[in-house]
Structures are given as structure tokens and as C-alpha cells.
Design a protein around this ligand. Structure first.
Ligand code: UT7
Length: 322
């Protein structure tokens, strides 16, 4: 039976021009290319230029996503932007994107779930489209995450980068196994002290820097992600063997591989871009998705499983068909 579903019509991505290598970082803190590669799989990250804002990154990826969808900005009536590094405290960065794209109608707002942000934004936009509130959404993950790094803290500054990825989601009649199929999103505020920023508007009045107990986060990540994936599969009746592509949040190659191994997923089905751009927080899933669509790996009709885990803790999994 056909109902209103949401469909991914096209994707886009943007990485700032400047690249910072592991060797560059070894000049700044006590680290090495070898340590970073062995522990994380990261080889380089991109850094936004001075004056280049999260909204600029978002607009660049959104334009490409619209082009690849065969749509124009005037078709968009919803923008959900996942970011942890907004242009300003308010208004929402999504409204800057709306204005820069010349969109005058509809609604635009931000979602804050750190590295899980894209999946939270996708679930939000999908629900609104299926309810008939809007017809065409830009779902964007965009970060200038390097602006909240403490460049003297080697345990965090080597991990993150800047970037943006976007998907155009459109409502249309569809069957249960078409388009966006299922989500499972969760948070646990009691674990917030393991990954957080030590500043904020109402606490310190400063922007603050990322603080993380990496090995603790790592431990929780594999468990929470695996359980979210199992829930999504159980909800929908699919098995891991049905999944054509696994597009995880790109935090650490060891987490990606650990989850894939635990689930029994073939390595060839795992899309990994972490070596190229590091952890770009909310941008990492759409960046990886766009990469694998552009290079022809993910094709129309393929079943894609995605997952993320981040500060909050927040985590989730999504299942969709291209
Ligand atoms: O996307 C949001 C979610 N975040 C994540 O998913 C991050 C999850 N965590 C991780 O990816 C890993 O825990 C890290 C990559 C952050 C760290 O790897 P680890 O294997 O868990 O290392 P560790 O924190 O247990 O540290 C091991 C050693 C320590 O030295 P000692 O105490 O053994 O002498 C650290 O001080 O590595 C040291 N270390 C470094 N050494 C060289 C920490 N950072 C560095 C560094 N270079 N950059």
C-alpha cells in the first residue's frame, strides 16, 4: 500500500580548501603521523578559511545537492541544518542558509545533536514530510568544528575537521520498503561529561573547547551504535544481509570496523572517508554518502544503513533506500 514517504533525490558535499596533514599537527603538539593513522585511520583534515562560516559550507553542499536532484532553491520549503558550530548564537544558521540560497518561504531551523546531528535532522525532516507539513527539504550537516578545538590538546585536536554534506528529501507516494524507511535516535544526558565543550552562553559566556575522554566514548560508541542498528533492523524486518551499504559516522576507523565486524558486515560494504577529512561531526555522514553515490558505489534502489554516536551522549541509526 502506498503512503506519503520521503525520498532522497540528490546529495552534495563541500570541504574547505585548506588541508592540515598529520605531519603539520606533529609540528604543533606532541603527536605523530604514525600514532594518528594507527589509532584513528585519519590522514588529513580540512580547515575552513578565515571568514568562511558554517552557513557558507552548508550553502556550497546544498547547491550541489539541489543540482544533483534537478531542483532549484525555490522548490525547497524546509531546511533542517545539523550543526554544533553555528554562525551566531542566534538566529539559527539554517536561516542564513535560507537567505543565502534566496529562499523566501517555508521554514528553516537548526538541530543540535553533535556528531549524531545528521541522523536527528533526517528523522525530523522525514517525519515532517510524511505528515504533509512540507514537500521538499534540505537536510544538511555542516561544521566549522576546528573553531572549538584546543590546539594544545593532542587528545582532541588531531581528530576533527570542517566540512558539510547535504541531501534533498522530497515527499511522494511510496511503499513501506522505499525511500526513508526507519530511524532509531536516542540520548543519555547522564554521560555528557565524557564529551562536551567547556563553555557556552548561559554557563561561562565563552565559546569553550571540546573536552573528551576518548577511550570511554569509544567503549560506549560500539555498544550504543550496535544496539541502535539492531533495533532498526528488528523494527523493519530486514537483516544485515539485506543491507547493500553501510554509511557510518566517520569518527575513527577502528569504531567503524569494530561495529561492522560485530554486525557481520562485509568490509566491501562499508563506506569509509575518515582518512580524508577526519571527524567532521554532523557533516560526516552526508559527506560519506555523497562520496559513495558520486563514485557510483551506491546506486538507485540500494538499501543503506547509517549510524552515529556523539556528545550528549546522542546516538542513532537510520535505514533508507536510495
Ligand atoms: O564523534 C564523536 C565521538 N567521538 C569518538 O568517537 C572518539 C572515540 N574515541 C577514539 O576515537 C579514541 O579513544 C581516540 C582516538 C580518541 C584515542 O585512542 P585510544 O586508543 O582510546 O587512546 P587513549 O585515549 O587510551 O590514549 C592512549 C595513549 C595515552 O598515553 P599513555 O597514557 O598511554 O601514556 C595518550 O596520552 O595515547 C596518548 N595520546 C596520544 N599520543 C600521541 C592521546 N592522544 C595522542 C596523540 N598523539 N594525538
Amino acid at each position: 500500500m502506498n503512503t506519503t514517504k520521503s525520498f532522497i533525490r540528490g546529495t552534495g558535499a563541500y570541504l574547505p580548501q585548506r588541508v592540515l596533514s598529520n605531519d603539520d599537527l606533529a609540528q604543533m603538539v606532541d603527536t605523530s603521523d604514525q600514532w594518528i593513522r594507527d589509532r584513528t585511520g585519519i590522514q588529513q583534515r580540512h580547515i575552513a578559511a578565515e571568514g568562511e562560516l558554517t552557513s557558507d559550507l552548508a550553502v556550497a553542499s546544498a547547491k550541489e545537492a539541489l543540482k544533483n536532484s534537478g531542483l532549484v532553491p525555490a522548490d525547497v520549503d524546509l531546511i533542517v541544518l545539523a550543526t554544533t558550530t553555528p554562525d551566531q548564537t542566534f538566529p539559527a544558521t539554517a536561516t542564513a542558509v535560507q537567505s543565502k540560497l534566496g529562499i523566501t518561504g517555508g521554514a528553516a531551523f537548526d538541530v543540535q545533536a553533535v556528531c549524531s546531528g545528521f541522523l536527528f535532522a533526517l528523522a525530523t525532516a522525514d517525519s515532517m514530510l510524511r505528515q504533509g507539513l512540507f514537500s521538499t527539504a534540505l537536510v544538511i550537516g555542516a561544521e566549522t568544528f576546528t573553531r572549538i578545538l584546543d590546539w594544545s590538546d593532542r587528545s582532541t585536536c588531531v581528530l576533527f575537521g570542517d566540512g558539510s554534506g547535504a541531501a534533498v528529501l522530497q515527499a511522494a507516494p511510496g511503499a513501506e520498503n522505499e525511500g526513508v524507511i526507519a530511524h532509531h535516535i536516542r540520548t543519555d544526558g547522564a554521560k555528557s561529561d565524557l564529551l562536551y565543550v567547556d563553555g557556552g552562553v548561559s554557563s561561562t559566556g565563552t565559546i569553550g573547547h571540546v573536552r573528551m575522554q576518548g577511550n570511554q566514548v569509544f567503549r560506549h560508541a560500539v555498544t550504543n551504535i550496535s544496539s541502535a542498528i539492531e533495533t532498526v533492523l528488528e523494527q523493519t524486518g530486514y537483516t544485515i544481509a539485506d543491507v547493500d551499504w553501510f554509511v557510518p559516522h566517520q569518527a575513527n576507523q577502528r569504531i567503524l570496523s569494530g561495529v561492522a565486524k560485530r554486525l557481520g558486515l562485509d568490509d566491501e560494504k562499508v563506506v569509509s572517508t575518515v582518512s580524508h577529512h577526519g571527524n567532521t561531526s554532523a557533516a560526516s555522514i552526508p559527506l560519506a554518502l555523497h562520496t559513495a553515490i558520486s563514485d557510483g558505489r551506491i546506486k538507485k534502489g540500494d538499501l543503506v544503513l547509517s549510524e552515529a554516536m556523539g556528545g550528549g551522549f546522542s546516538w542513532g541509526a537510520s535505514l533508507f533506500r536510495l
